[in-house]
Design a binder for this molecule. Structure first.
Ligand code: UDP
Length: 324
């Protein structure tokens, strides 16, 4: 089975490459290295190409056969998307259309797409299932929802089989410490907490403590990156027997506040986490927690990382060595 991983040099994509590479799949990585890392590509050939550069995309498909594509390339920062929406719609929507068109021309009819909890906007239920209303409150979420819609249309028009996986908050790292999360600049909570613990980053800024949540800070659902990888592999099998466009939410079903993450990290690292309360960040809903029942039932997903502390611990091991 030959799988093209677009964005396979990034955080989730590199864990995917490792997961598939260790299970006997033939992996090819396509990445423009704008956010990905050459050092993270250890399981397969790296093709440097850009989804907005159609000629480079064409070269990637030319002379190669893929049974399926997994698409992780995206701009994915909520706050930045509010400030620079054109970049988000260009990269996430136009880039995906270019990829879909290349797939169609080269006869590749299976796609696993990285979607997001940001498609939902402000939740109207404690646990968000797939049918929850979708009213994104930032361009990032809107761009991903547009692609979900395009995938439904592509199923109808061209017979494309797809699974969109809506990640809640991807977290953690591979336990052998050779790949992990590394963004420049780093904006995500767990890496920023751990960098503050190490003293390799500034004191953590807690973005808002006046939300309508138990301790006033935002609540999120942290899901280990290897559990996400497992769901992607299951999605490949699902598309063998299911036509059409499908969506699944992927989370732990448990919410943790920013303060709870800080407290969890304090226990894991054994040190104080310097932090200060800062204003709210644009585009952040107060609470996002998944119901992943459908993924468990239909994909057969069995997440292994159900507790927050081991997830933080796996990230901590990575951040202490962090080679890139
Ligand atoms: N957050 C924070 N300080 C940081 C980074 C994040 O307080 O340095 C908060 C952020 O406002 C959100 C939560 O932590 O409520 C998770 O943010 P992250 O950027 O990790 O993921 P997102 O939910 O945006 O996908």
């Amino acid at each position: 089975m030959r799988v093209l991983l677009c964005g396979g040099a990034g955080y989730i994509g590199s864990h995917m490459a490792r997961w598939l590479g260790q299970r006997g799949y033939h992996v090819t990585v396509l990445d423009n290295l704008s956010a990905g890392h050459r050092e993270a590509v250890k399981w397969g050939e790296l093709i440097e190409a850009d989804l907005l550069d159609v000629a480079s995309l064409e070269r990637a498909f030319d002379g190669r056969r893929f049974n399926a594509v997994m698409h992780f390339c995206a701009r994915s920062l909520v706050g930045e998307s509010v400030e620079r929406p054109y970049e988000y719609y260009a990269n996430n929507v136009v880039g995906t259309l270019n990829l879909l068109d290349a797939m169609r021309r080269h006869g590749v009819d299976r796609l696993v797409f990285s979607s997001t909890a940001a498609v939902f906007g402000h939740p109207v239920a404690d646990l968000i299932d797939e049918d929850h209303p979708k009213q994104p409150i930032n361009p990032y979420g809107a761009s991903k929802l547009m692609v979900e819609r395009i995938l439904a249309d592509a199923a109808h028009a061209y017979g494309l089989r797809s699974v969109a996986l809506r990640y809640f908050n991807a977290a953690g790292a591979s336990l052998d410490g050779d790949i992990g999360e590394s963004h420049q600049p780093e904006t995500h909570l767990i890496p920023n907490v751990l960098r503050a613990a190490l003293g390799s980053g500034p004191a953590l800024k807690v973005f808002g403590d006046d939300y309508a949540t138990p301790d006033g800070t935002c609540v999120r659902d942290y899901v280990h990156v290897d559990d996400l990888a497992q769901a992607h592999e299951l999605a490949l099998g699902y598309m063998d027997v299911h036509e059409g466009a499908h969506v699944f939410n992927l989370g732990n079903g448990q919410g943790f506040s920013v303060r709870q993450v800080i407290e969890g990290a304090r226990k894991v690292t054994g040190g104080e986490i310097p932090y200060e309360v800062a204003p709210r960040r644009a585009g952040d809903p107060a609470i996002l927690v998944a119901s992943s029942e459908r993924a468990v039932r239909e994909l057969g997903w069995t997440p292994a990382w159900t507790e927050l502390a081991p997830i933080i611990d796996s990230a901590w091991r990575w951040h202490q060595v962090q080679p890139y």
